[in-house]
Design a protein around this ligand. Structure first.
Ligand SMILES: Cc1cc2nc3c(=O)[nH]c(=O)nc-3n(C[C@H](O)[C@H](O)[C@H](O)COP(=O)(O)O)c2cc1C
Length: 328
């Protein structure tokens, strides 16, 4: 048992990655934590975040639950929401904000920062984070760096100087957790494995397409409102436009010229319904349960390379057990 897991009172070295836009809510985070992993509620508006965190804790029978905040979309109200909701840890991703780190720590919350480079590790720790999650480029969702997990993780340990180091990207099986722990990490973080569980709120056709998928794409195509790299499955939108990165970057880049991202509620709410395969202005919201089937062709189907090793959608508790093995 590592110092971090002991401090957080988490049984298994298995963390479910926060997945925003509604994919990872109370049902998923609560089930993961109840099974002895660390479940994470993905970002949403502050009020909804507080509600989902409380519900996740209830479902977890009081076991610890974490929250995820994407720095570009975070508002000050999210700090109170995470504290009131009872999050023991907050994972920050995609950007830096030393004041946000300080505000969370003042509320007694452990702050972990997911980063994809050595520079990111150094900056996160210099700005006061309790630890880092080294994200490899094989990861699903938004990508911060270019190195694979097995290259970045050992290098991330030196600058961490005793701070916690976790690793994300390509963790789908017990042997992946073993490899991460053998490289000295405190715990392994899995996104795609938990995307493909009964409790994740992703659209059923999205899950179906991800199971065993042989190919993923590193692209900026779904960058309208958030022009950043991400790893997705192929669909009609990527087949049509991913080969024309200059054109799509010019179009989506108009939003970065504004110097800001779309409000979370717009990016996840009204925008997806307006998307069409022929119009390369695709936002970052993934398709959720209950959305029209056609959205699966025009929204980002975030997935990591490791989906090729995932053969079924299973209950989240089974995924925790499978990843944790009999390690105890
Ligand atoms: C569907 C999906 C959504 C994601 N959304 C977020 C997010 O909202 N915030 C975040 O910090 N990371 C997000 N990620 C990235 C994860 O934190 C993590 O780096 C990644 O899932 C690890 O790689 P894996 O998918 O191979 O397990 C997402 C990943 C996936 C697959």
């Amino acid at each position: 048992m590592t110092a971090l897991l002991e401090r957080l009172e988490v049984e298994h070295p298995v963390v479910q990655a926060g997945m925003g836009g509604g994919i990872a809510g109370a049902a998923l985070a609560g089930a993961v934590s109840a099974a002895g992993g660390l479940g994470t509620v993905g970002i949403r508006g502050p009020e909804a975040m507080r509600r989902e965190l409380r519900s996740a804790r209830e479902r977890a029978g009081g076991r610890p639950v974490a929250a995820n905040l994407l720095v570009p979309f975070t508002r000050r109200e999210h700090v109170d929401a995470c504290a009131d909701g009872g999050a023991v840890a907050v994972v920050l991703f995609f950007g830096f904000d030393a004041e946000l780190v300080a505000a969370l720590r003042e509320r007694g919350i452990v702050v972990l920062h997911q980063v994809g480079s050595l520079e990111g590790v150094e900056r996160a720790l210099a700005e006061g984070a309790d630890g880092v999650i080294a994200q490899g480029v094989e990861a699903g969702g938004h990508l911060d760096g270019h190195e694979r997990r097995a290259e970045l993780l050992p290098r991330a340990r030196a600058p961490a100087r005793g701070g916690a180091v976790l690793a994300a990207g390509g963790v789908a099986r017990r042997e992946d957790v073993d490899a991460v722990l053998a490289a000295g990490a405190d715990a392994a973080v899995a996104g795609s494995r938990f995307l493909l569980t009964d409790e994740s709120f992703a659209h059923p056709l999205y899950k179906q397409r991800a199971v065993g998928a042989p190919k993923t794409i590193d692209t900026k195509l779904f960058g309208f409102g958030w022009p950043a790299r991400h790893r997705v499955l192929p669909n009609e939108a990527t087949e049509r436009w991913a080969g024309r990165p200059r054109l799509t970057a010019a179009l989506t880049g108009a939003t970065s010229a504004l110097g800001r991202v779309l409000p979370l509620e717009v990016a996840a709410g009204r925008l997806p319904a307006a998307q069409r395969p022929w119009l390369p202005l695709f936002g970052p919201a993934a398709p959720l349960e209950g959305a029209p089937d056609r959205l699966v062709e025009v929204t980002p189907l975030y997935a990591g390379e490791c989906v090729r090793h995932i053969h079924a959608v299973v209950p989240a508790a089974d995924a925790v057990r499978e990843l944790a093995g009999a390690r105890g």
